[in-house]
Design a protein around this ligand. Structure first.
Ligand SMILES: Nc1ncnc2c1ncn2[C@@H]1O[C@H](COP(=O)(O)OP(=O)(O)OP(=O)(O)O)[C@@H](O)[C@H]1O
Length: 608
């Protein structure tokens, strides 16, 4: 209903010029459903539950673009409003459309600056804002890792043309604007056509070179600066030399330590520039990983890569990882994930963990502890790298995808039956119970359990990935506090007992079971799904909760209700009321046994 309301409010600001021609079939009102009733321009997922695209090209729309309302439909991936007469500015609230991959606003009457929040739309692949009246400077769009096209021709954009990852862009056009700077190095990827019509833009690939007098005056002042700095440095060196002579004997030991530290820090500085590479780029050999190290000839020992599973990556070195071609798999709240092909033909994933997610010391401590707790349904780390500036987790790539994809990707409904779902719930609960037991004393919970972190190994067994790589005590970070495991634990409770750390995982396990039962996608860390299920159950429409595929399979409702009860216990709003993973595992196993018994009975009665 929230999505519907958001869409209706958005459309209220965009009346078609020929409004009277709109008939009932247009939709976009509170009395109909955007998916089931096929609103004009709306495309939903296969289950008709989630709005994915809004495409309203050439519909004579006038009025203003209300990003605040539209982005209440958080699942939106494609927005296309090309060739209308929409005016006004795009508000910063566009950043709430965080799943947006395509933003097409070409040939309208948009004005104002592009919002500074656009770089937060990290999934964006294509932006087309051409033929509008946008003004001002461009935000730092190079921060969007997988951007493939940026078209902004025929606007009034000004100021310096910022850096873009030109080697990764397929299309780029800023012609006919008011940019005034030197063009950054486009590495031969785009011609003058992409930049023409900006009288104050200069340098390659445009024919007009940058003003040499400006360059000369800059050089003159640079020269002077260098001369004065030279005198200052010379003076300091002489002074320091005298001091050095006096204290050199007593310092000799300390210097050795400093050298090692400096070498490590040098390596960090030059090493990792993990930039996005699209799937297509990954295939072509000329696009080596952009985070390849350019010079590893410094003789610095890459001591910080700790190999935990040498059978998988014998002799893997830090520089092998950095040099290998990489493909961006995703950018989550806590880091960026790359798929990396190493020389021995293996495929790894490398998670580059955000600076703020966890401290280096804590990360290292956790990695070593977690490595000791091995369970067949927990994906082990192959290696980790930890220095002052970088934290990397290396795992084997699992090509069978995640539970999220199995549930929400395109599948024929028979393929994911009740038995498989129950089995997955049971395996995850069992694995979580094991990990909680092993790591309880060390206070290491998973911290970010969700269906994208349940991966299927080559035998299609579910495996929990990314166990424990987020520090739960980091509650003051706003981004982290949105994670449901933290959101559900108040700081006061957190101090009461260490157990509470693990109750965040239990909430998240409950949400995963709800996803398995309902087939519905989760937003806001599961709060929406839990609230929805509670409200349906309260109204005694319990049957409405279950995935239609399960109903179609003819599964006895009672069996599903038993599992639903378990999930609801896990998502109890009071953390202390949630059962432990061990208890959940026992409850699910009891349901499984009951299930197997009734199947055996059914088979017997059929035989009789
Ligand atoms: N080892 C792996 N093998 C194959 N796919 C993986 C592996 N690890 C993660 N993935 C998939 O890659 C995608 C991106 O993962 P990532 O961890 O960046 O995103 P996330 O789990 O949504 O975010 P975050 O964990 O940062 O909150 C997810 O769909 C995930 O299922």
């Amino acid at each position: 209903d929230d999505t519907k309301r958001s869409l209706v409010q958005f459309m209220e600001q965009l009346l078609p010029a020929d409004n009277e021609n709109r008939n009932e079939s247009w939709g976009w009102n509170m009395n109909s459903d955007p998916c089931a009733d096929g609103w004009v321009g709306v495309t939903c997922d296969l289950h008709n539950q989630t709005v994915l695209k809004v495409i309203l090209d050439e519909l004579n729309l006038i009025g203003t673009f209300d990003a605040g309302s539209l982005c209440g439909a958080r699942s939106l991936q494609v927005l296309s409003l090309n060739n209308n007469s929409i005016s006004g500015e795009i508000s910063e609230e566009i950043a709430n459309c965080k799943h947006l991959t395509h933003l097409y606003l070409s040939s309208n009457r948009f004005t104002g600056q592009l919002p500074k929040s656009i770089p937060h739309l990290s999934n964006l692949k294509r932006i087309d804002i051409s033929n509008n009246n946008f003004i001002g400077e461009l935000p730092s769009l190079h921060k969007i890792p997988g951007l493939l096209s940026f078209l902004a021709e025929n606007n009034h954009l000004q100021g310096e043309l910022p850096e873009f990852k030109f080697t990764l862009l397929e299309r780029f056009n800023v012609s006919n604007n008011e940019f005034s700077s030197q063009i950054p190095d486009v590495r031969g990827h785009f011609s003058a056509d992409s930049f023409s019509g900006n009288p104050r833009l200069c340098g390659q690939p445009l024919p007009n070179p940058c003003d040499p007098s400006k360059a000369a005056s800059k050089k003159w002042s640079t020269d002077r600066f260098l001369i004065y700095t030279g005198y200052a440095v010379l003076g300091s060196v002489i002074g320091l030399f005298i001091v050095y002579k006096i204290v050199s004997k007593s310092k000799s030991k300390d210097e050795e330590t400093d050298d090692v530290e400096k070498a490590e820090s040098d390596m960090d500085d030059r090493s990792i520039k993990m930039n996005a590479i699209s799937g297509d780029d990954f295939k072509t050999s000329e696009h080596r990983s952009e985070y390849s190290m350019t010079s590893m000839d410094s003789g610095v020992a890459p001591a910080a890569l700790v190999i935990l599973n040498s059978s998988l990556v014998k002799d893997l070195k830090f520089e092998d990882l950095l040099r290998a071609p990489a493909e961006l798999l995703g950018r989550g709240r806590h880091g960026t994930l790359y798929k990396v092909m190493i020389d021995n033909g293996g495929t790894l994933v490398v998670k580059r963990i955000e600076e703020r997610a966890i401290s280096s010391e804590e990360f290292k401590r956790r990695m070593l502890k977690i490595d000791q707790a091995k369970h067949p349904n927990v994906l082990p780390a192959v290696a980790f790298y930890c220095s002052r500036q970088e934290k990397l987790l290396v795992c084997e790539h699992q090509s069978n995808g995640s539970l999220f994809i199995l549930l929400h990707g395109s599948r024929d409904d028979d393929s994911f039956d009740w038995g498989s779902r129950l089995n997955i719930a049971s395996r995850i609960a069992e694995a979580l119970a094991f990990m909680h037991k092993e790591l309880h004393e060390d206070g290491i919970a998973h911290g970010n359990l969700k269906s994208t972190n349940i991966l299927f190994n080559k035998n299609m067994d579910p495996c929990i990935s990314e166990y424990g790589i987020m520090a739960t005590e980091n509650q003051e970070q706003p981004a982290l506090s949105r994670s449901i495991s933290f959101a559900k634990i108040t700081p006061a409770q957190d101090h009461e007992s260490d157990d509470i750390l693990f109750k965040g995982d239990m909430y998240n396990l409950g949400v995963i079971i709800l996803e398995l039962l309902t087939g519905k996608m989760v937003q806001d860390g599961g709060l929406d799904l839990a609230t929805w299920v509670h409200s349906v159950v309260r109204e005694e429409w319990t049957a409405e909760v279950f995935d239609r595929a399960l109903i179609a399979e003819g599964i006895n409702e009672e069996r599903m209700v038993n599992l639903l009860q378990v999930a609801l216990k896990c998502v109890a709003s009071s953390a202390t009321k949630r059962p432990s993973a061990k208890e959940v595992s026992a409850m699910i196993n009891a349901i499984k046994e009951e299930d197997e018994r009734s199947i055996a009975l059914e088979t017997r009665s059929i035989k009789l």
